[in-house]
Design a protein around this ligand. Structure first.
Ligand code: SAH
Length: 262
């Protein structure tokens, strides 16, 4: 029961029923604006408290949150494994970390030598990430600003070498996913690294079971995406898959894709 009732929070999180969305705002553009405002509000308040704790090495978490912390750390390590394999961070390449949260990926990238331009829709997340960077002595290589994905400024001299966007797509409805991917792709000179909660029958069941148990932890909607649709969006944006990974624990599911310009 625990697994089922908490399943939705694993899908990172938070959830409520898409029908609630449809009744409130039928037009997808209105709906997206609505989603975004809610996500921003969530990650500046309750979501900030919850996720900044989960995305820490210590700090009190319950067993579900610990499972999610562990799963997310595995995803971050997989990204770093790829980046270490090609030495791009060490070489000082420019990374854009879109939807950076508290900087779980931005910081280790900067620590390796990358120049990291990080941003998040939540000012609270950005403030925490900047603080963590300063504490780690990384402020020179990592900058943080409040911005949604659609308004990220590219460097004056061109594009970012790599754009990373980890565990953010869950906040984008299916009909907005392709636009999100193409927006990120247009800012990436060489490579995109993105992750999403996969829409497979198993996770779909878990998510809908979770929705039967609305609880205090479910405060934003979660959207699953099919790999087929994400790969098609990458292809339409001129990118082809180069490496993939999947991380699944009891409560955390994240499919990770690396795509390079064709
Ligand atoms: N990428 C980070 C954080 C993941 S949590 C990591 O892996 O550690 C998801 C983050 O996405 C939150 O910080 C949230 O504020 C941010 N986010 C959600 N929708 C966004 C949007 N439209 N634009 C920018 N950031 C967004």
């Amino acid at each position: 029961m625990l697994l089922i009732s908490s399943g939705a929070s694993a899908l990172n999180i938070g959830v409520p029923a898409s029908s609630a969305v449809a009744t409130r705002a039928p037009m997808s553009c209105v709906r997206m604006a609505d989603d975004k405002a809610e996500v921003e509000e969530y990650f500046n308040n309750e979501g900030f408290n919850r996720w900044s704790r989960i995305y820490s090495e210590d700090g009190e978490v319950n067993s579900v949150q610990l499972d999610i912390r562990t799963g997310h750390a595995v995803t971050v390590d997989k990204v770093l494994g790829w980046v270490d394999a090609d030495g791009s961070a060490k070489a000082g390449e420019i990374f854009c970390d879109a939807g950076c949260g508290v900087g779980s990926l931005s910081l280790p990238l900067a620590d390796r030598g990358a120049k990291v331009v990080a941003s998040d829709i939540s000012a609270a997340m950005v403030e925490e990430a900047a603080k963590r960077a300063a504490d780690a002595g990384l402020s020179e290589r990592a900058s943080f600003s409040t911005s949604d994905l659609e308004n990220i400024q590219v460097p004056a001299d061109g594009k970012f070498d790599t754009v990373t966007c980890i565990d953010v797509m869950i906040h984008y409805p299916q009909e907005k996913m392709a636009e999100m991917v193409s927006g990120l792709a247009s800012k990436a000179d060489k490579r995109l690294i993105i992750s999403f909660a996969p829409d497979t029958w198993y996770y779909r069941a878990l998510k809908s079971f979770g929705e039967l148990f609305p609880g205090p932890s479910k405060t934003t909607r979660a959207y699953l995406h099919t790999e087929e649709a994400v790969v098609a969006a990458l292809k339409d944006s001129g990118f082809k898959l180069s490496r993939t990974e999947m991380t699944g624990t009891n409560f955390y599911f994240s499919r990770l894709l690396e795509a390079v310009r064709e």
